[in-house]
Ligand binder design. Structure first.
Ligand code: TAP
Length: 785
């Protein structure tokens, strides 16, 4: 083994091994490999390819599992589709009874599951017994409650393909399966190739619980099996947890389907210690942050940020604590750190650590040595690390901590945010003002104050930026397994002979609207704007890449200056009032540019003013939640704006669609870059004066007129755009757009519904825009005893 481990004298401790006899007998019993759990029974895989599962603590062979084929996946999906018809239609109470039965069975077999997980994955029994498996049971209980709470309000999605990693095999299974089936979906789940055993045992529990056949299907395999799942046409959603690289591949391969996605991806989370923190508690925090599960944790606090004034003292305390940690047999109850999951993972850790040493960082490891018979790596600490260095940026996914320093809170925030990831952060300070001032500034989906690695089924978990999108747990997680179908209404309008169009040719070329000012387009080009019966009205500016760059620069700067929700609401009310003053102009324009009669144009205009009132009133009412997990503390689920959102619109009800999009995006505190439908661009340009007179802060609303789809690729590739919405009808432009979003994993929303009924006043329709323009940050705060 090519570890960078110092060979110092070995410290002897007494052993406290957990009994594994029953588990080993079960493994022997199921050792006829190649079977999947499909349609409620064990079915032999059609593939002859196997994977050998090993015990990472001693490298002994455990079990051979099938690398399932396309045929196996077809069978599993057929079984899930068949089951979906019944499962989605039984009463919520019936569903909740099955979830409850599974929770009870998990509890009943909890010690067995804990031992099995430790043997298969290498986790210390202390963790599987006290954390993983109790949380698994909690997930099924909690979601049994959701199933019965929901009555029939939740609309299930269909068949869900679920792909999970090896670091929390049983817990990830519970995070995925419990909410999915609670909402009436059926699933095909693939565990990771290194750790499939607890999933197979769970299948036995499904049989014991008499779960209807096909509701849950478990197929083993590797990345190739995962691809059959992601490519399957009859799977309606992919829920993926794993690396950012594979997550991006899945977004690309599903871009031409209407599959829904949730992506729980990697991280490089900061652990920030201020000089006034309780240092002993913070040291214990670091132990839980980076040496829990051998550091193989997506939200591991792998970047320690210590205030310069306490650096020496803190690092000294930390080294003393590291010296006392114990690495060894995961089944030993007094072990702190178990085995690394697989040889290839150890190799990866070694390579990255070597790279860190080569970069000039200083490596420190405790004086004792690791056992040599299994796959082990000692707790390791890098100091003398620069924030931009490789080891401070890349997810090592092992027990390796990189320590950096900062001087001021604002420097801590800027170092903390200086990675492409945004999964979690931990803040340590005895000053609640400081901790709660820093928390909103960190770009991450989960923040722990004076704590770390806390999880509960009632609290959403998931990332910002390249750590993915979608949440697991809490009501946020339920949203991810239900669908909100947008209302549809095809507007049938007769082609009118509009001889009576009163609009005269406009003797000017309307410009772009960037940063609150009218700007000439960089290209100097324009395109013509005609009435619906073909008469020329005027030319409209044609934007290019440089105009996009300017608009994004200014939009990004604007949204960092937070305007209060009350102010946003006032501005939207004022916008509505000022729009009212221009009624005749807009009605003329709508009748000229679309097939609307004057009465229909009037209806669209009035609806637009009403829509502004709706989003004005929601600016201070679309609020977060407080979750109440069963441990000391509360979780504030805050709805935060994405940042800069670009929207590409169509010509259907052009004033109402633009107002709905701009109003909702502004209401939630984002800045807008809007590309109106080509044929109805004049509607947008005519709004400039209304924006100017309504105190809209510069840069919050930017309008770029262009020919259809001319800006789609530039916008979707732009690294500083955080979200993109597409209402166009061009399928290939839409899938290109989705593929391009992987550049920075921007959030995308491309509704599959065509002919959206923009007139709808349905709250779930109107609020969908608010949900799509926000992401939830869960902040865990100490509270109570
Ligand atoms: P990955 O290599 O991404 O694998 C995750 C899962 O995807 C495995 O089941 C894997 O199969 C499968 N897979 C691999 N290639 C695929 C493809 N092309 N198409 C479809 N499926 C494919 O990640 P990992 O090494 O198992 O896990 C570590 C990563 O997961 C880390 O980056 C960690 O941060 C992240 N993670 C994130 C979270 C959350 S909640 N954000 C939680 C845990 C872990 P095989 O492994 O069987 O080949």
């Amino acid at each position: 083994m090519n570890n960078i481990i110092k060979n110092y004298k070995k410290v002897e401790y007494g052993q406290a091994p957990e009994d594994s006899k029953e588990v080993m007998e079960w493994i022997k019993k199921i050792s006829s490999p190649n079977k999947n759990y499909i349609d409620g029974k064990w079915i032999k895989s059609s593939s002859s390819k196997n994977i050998q599962a090993i015990n990472p603590a001693n490298k002994k062979k455990l079990f051979k599992l099938a690398v399932s084929s396309k045929k196996d996946i077809n069978l599993a999906v057929t079984s899930a589709s068949k089951a979906y018809k019944k499962w989605s239609n039984i009463t919520p109470y019936e569903r909740s009874k099955y979830l409850y039965a599974l929770a009870r069975l998990i509890q009943k077999h909890s010690r067995f599951l804990a031992v099995l997980e430790s043997i298969d994955n290498g986790k210390p029994i202390r963790e599987t017994r006290d954390i993983d498996i109790p949380l698994v049971a909690r997930h099924f209980y909690y979601h049994a409650g959701w199933a019965s709470k929901s009555n029939d309000k939740l609309k299930s999605i269909g068949v869900i393909g679920q792909i999970i990693p090896w670091n929390f095999p049983m817990l990830m299974l519970a995070w995925k399966i419990a909410p999915a089936i609670a909402c009436g979906n059926t699933v095909v789940l693939k565990p990771a190739e290194y750790t499939s055993l607890t999933a197979l045992f769970f299948a036995e529990l499904c049989i014991k619980a008499n779960l209807p056949s096909g509701v849950i299907n478990i197929v083993t395999g590797d990345g190739s099996t995962g691809q059959y799942i992601t490519n399957h046409p009859n799977i309606n959603k992919i829920a993926f947890t794993g690396s950012t690289d594979v997550g991006k591949k899945i977004i690309e391969t599903t871009s031409n389907s209407n599959k829904k996605l949730t992506m729980e991806l990697g991280g490089k989370s900061p652990f920030i210690v201020f000089e006034d923190a309780d240092l002993d508690s913070a040291v214990e925090g670091v132990v839980d942050a980076i040496w829990f599960n051998q550091g193989q944790v997506c939200c591991a606090g792998s970047r320690l940020l210590v205030q310069e004034s306490i650096e020496k003292k803190f690092i000294k305390k930390l080294k003393q604590r590291m010296e006392k940690l114990r690495v060894g047999n995961p089944l030993d109850k007094s072990i702190d750190i178990g085995a690394i999951v697989a040889p290839v993972q150890l190799q990866k850790i070694n390579q990255l650590v070597k790279k860190g040493v080569k970069e000039g960082a200083k490596l420190w490891q405790p004086s004792w040595s690791c056992p040599t018979e299994g796959i082990f790596y000692p707790p390791s600490l890098f100091t003398n690390v620069s924030p931009a260095s490789f080891i401070a940026q890349v997810e090592i996914f092992g027990p390796v901590l990189t320590a950096l320093t900062f001087r001021t809170p604002s420097e801590a925030v800027s170092i903390a945010n200086n990675t492409p990831y945004g999964l979690a952060a931990s803040i340590w300070s005895e000053n609640i003002n400081l901790a709660l001032d820093v928390a909103p500034k960190i770009k991450a989906g989960v923040i722990w104050i004076n704590s770390t690695n806390l999880f509960d089924a009632s609290c959403g978990f998931g990332g910002f930026k390249e750590s993915g999108f979608g949440r697991e747990g809490g009501s946020e997680g339920i949203r991810a397994y239900t669908k909100n179908i947008l209302p549809i209404k095809k507007i049938k309008r007769k082609k009118l002979k509009k001889n009576r169009i009163s609009l005269h040719s406009i003797d000017r070329t309307p410009k772009l609207y960037i940063g609150g000012k009218q700007k000439r387009p960089d290209s100097g080009y324009s395109f013509s704007q005609n009435t619906v019966n073909g008469s020329f009205i005027c030319d409209v500016a044609s934007s290019n890449r440089k105009d996009v760059r300017n608009a994004v620069e200014i939009a990004s700067k604007s949204c960092t200056k937070q305007i209060s929700n009350f102010n946003r609401s006032q501005i939207l009310f004022y916008l509505a009032e000022n729009l009212q003053q221009r009624k005749d102009t807009f009605i003329d324009l709508l009748t000229a540019l679309t097939n609307a009669t004057s009465l229909e144009a009037q209806k669209e205009f009035e609806s637009s003013c009403e829509r502004l009132f709706y989003y004005a009133s929601m600016a201070d009412k679309f609020e977060g939640q407080i979750h109440n997990p069963p441990m000391r503390g509360l979780t504030l689920a805050m709805k935060e704006p994405l940042g800069v959102i670009a929207s590409i619109l169509n010509n259907n009800l052009p004033l109402l669609n633009l107002i709905t999009v701009v109003g909702s995006i502004f209401s939630t505190g984002n800045s807008n870059i809007v590309v109106p439908g080509q044929k109805t661009s004049l509607i947008a340009t005519e709004l400039y004066q209304v924006f100017d007179t309504s105190d809209v802060p510069d840069g919050y609303i930017n309008i770029l007129t262009s020919k259809e789809n001319a800006l789609t690729s530039t916008l979707s590739l732009h690294e500083n755009i955080d979200g993109i919405w597409y209402f166009g009808k061009d399928k290939s432009a839409k899938s290109d757009l989705i593929r391009n979003t992987v550049s920075n994993l921007k959030r995308f929303w491309c509704p599959e519904e065509q002919d959206i009924d923009w007139f709808s006043k349905n709250e779930s329709f109107l609020n969908e825009f608010l949900h799509q323009s926000t992401q939830i940050k869960n902040i865990w705060i100490p509270y109570g005893e």
